[in-house]
Design a protein around this ligand. Structure first.
Ligand code: SAH
Ligand code: SF4
Ligand code: F3S
Length: 445
């Protein structure tokens, strides 16, 4: 199984894996040994499409040697290419959209053999929320609160492939969070394409809004950390900020996609906020939530973006001082409004702007992280460090990765004194808990 794309897709893959495991289809040690290969695809930019083509080429070659192998392609690319997927990739047996994961088990059949080729469930829109789940970590979980997106950002393919926004009922979300807590989950991340517009499409008798959902999740015993992604700046209303400020479990961290710092470009993107409104929102959030970490997404080279527009993006980056930022070169997506715009920015210009943006983003992120040196941060331990097996790895409430000297087990919350910083990570030492100090004092006397 290979997964591309965003957290939503990673979470869908947990459901796909869980469902296949129930059918007796466990994960094969290598792709070469798999009877069934599932690609859960993304099509947000051209890059994931190209990557998928390479993976499918390899899978098709293996299938030529052993025709009983089954190839299933799901997710956003499959949905976007629903008219042509079998012509584009004749080796594909099953194609399914993000809304039809529930049926994949039936289509593959136990053992995954004897599948008839055809169109399967593209265009369907169902929640996979009740499927069994295969989670990699026992103490962290994603919780889907909505699917689809009602925005019309002119560059974006997501509304075309994930459909209209549909909120999960509040009772269902809270029941899942409660169940996860009893299973030992300490940190949840609420997921939706536009997570803070959650609730507005619910029936009047249960209609509510995202701030209330944060409060309900905060009240669940055992949940120590709550994150959510991605909110849209246009929907960040005061009750959500108040809930973030007042709920102990809601982390001091927000992902607030900027996309561009130029109001002119934002308008062409149909983001519906201006540079000024975005900056005012940042000020309001920082005033309400001390120590808030802010991350963002930025696109460079949107059609018609001038040097002056780009400089305005750099200015906003410098003014906000982001703790982290995902930066993307604009990639035209067939069928979107922006792909048809004239004045596409030349590739070299995009690359040159990207380099300048990345440098600015990294310099600021490094400074922000250096500002944490000398502080004690609460860290949720995730395991052993990826770069140095002598160290542990975890994340702060502000969502920064920390590599540290310590003795804790994965899933524990510990305090770490931050001693060093780069633009991406912190380094430190677990502080000795106070009860341990008491014991040492007792020994000495
Ligand atoms: N629903 C989320 C995330 C959407 S995709 C949100 O609105 O925040 C994640 C990011 O990919 C977007 O925030 C945007 O920065 C980037 N993106 C989307 N379409 C793109 C395109 N055509 N080219 C380049 N980047 C794109
Ligand atoms: Fe795409 Fe905009 Fe919806 Fe995000 S809010 S998924 S960028 S259309
Ligand atoms: Fe990609 Fe679909 Fe997510 S296009 S970014 S996997 S919603």
């Amino acid at each position: 199984m290979a997964t591309f794309g965003c957290q939503m897709n990673a979470h869908d893959s947990e459901r796909i894996k869980g469902m296949l495991e129930e059918l007796g289809l466990g994960e094969a040690p290598t792709a070469d040994e798999a009877d069934v290969v599932v690609f859960n695809t993304c099509t947000i930019r051209e890059k994931p499409d190209t990557k998928l083509a390479a993976y499918l080429g390899e899978a098709a070659a293996r299938k030529r040697e052993d025709p009983d192998r089954v190839i299933a392609v799901g997710g956003c690319y499959a949905e976007a290419q629903r008219e042509r997927i079998f012509e584009l990739y004749p080796a594909v047996d099953v194609a399914f959209g993000p809304g039809s994961i529930t049926h994949l088990g039936e289509w593959l059949g136990a053992g995954g053999v004897g599948v008839a080729r055809g169109r399967f469930g593209l265009d369907e829109r169902g929640f996979a929320a009740e499927l069994p789940m295969h989670r990699e970590r026992s103490f962290q979980a994603w919780v889907q609160v909505s699917m689809g997106c009602n925005s019309v950002c002119s560059y974006c393919i997501v509304p075309a492939v994930r459909g209209r926004e549909q909120s999960r009922r509040p009772g269902e979300v809270v029941a899942e969070v409660t169940r996860l807590a009893t299973q030992g989950v300490k940190e949840i991340t609420l997921l939706g394409q536009n997570v803070n517009s959650w609730g507005r499409d619910l029936l009047p008798e249960i209609r509510t809004e995202f701030g209330e959902l944060l409060r309900a999740c905060d009240a669940v015993e055992g949940i120590e950390r709550i994150r959510f992604t991605s909110p849209h700046p246009k929907d960040f209303r005061d009750p959500v900020i108040a809930a973030m400020a007042e709920c102990d479990a809601v982390c001091e961290q927000v992902h607030l996609p900027l996309q561009s710092g130029s109001s002119r470009v934002l308008k062409a993107m149909r983001r519906t906020y201006t540079r000024e409104r975005y900056l005012a929102l940042v000020d309001k959030m920082r005033a309400a939530i001390p120590d808030l970490a802010i991350g963002t997404d930025i696109i460079v080279g949107f059609p018609g973006e001038t040097e002056d527009d780009f400089v305005q993006t750099l200015e906003v980056v410098e003014e906000v001082r982001y703790d982290s930022a995902f930066t993307f070169v604009y990639s035209p997506r067939a069928g979107t409004e922006a792909a048809a715009m004239e004045e596409q920015v030349p590739h070299e210009v995009k690359i040159e702007r990207m380099e300048r943006l990345v440098e600015t983003v990294q310099t600021i992120a490094r400074e922000r992280n250096h500002g944490r040196v000398g502080r004690v941060e609460e860290v949720l331990v995730e395991g052993v460090s990826r770069t140095d097996p002598a160290l542990l790895r975890g994340r702060t409430r502000r969502n920064t990765t920390v590599n540290f000297v310590g003795t804790a087990a994965a899933g524990e919350l510990v305090d770490v004194l931050v001693e060093e910083a780069t633009s991406m990570t912190l380094r430190g030492t677990q502080t000795v808990p106070s009860h341990a100090l008491v014991t040492l004092d007792a020994c000495a006397s």
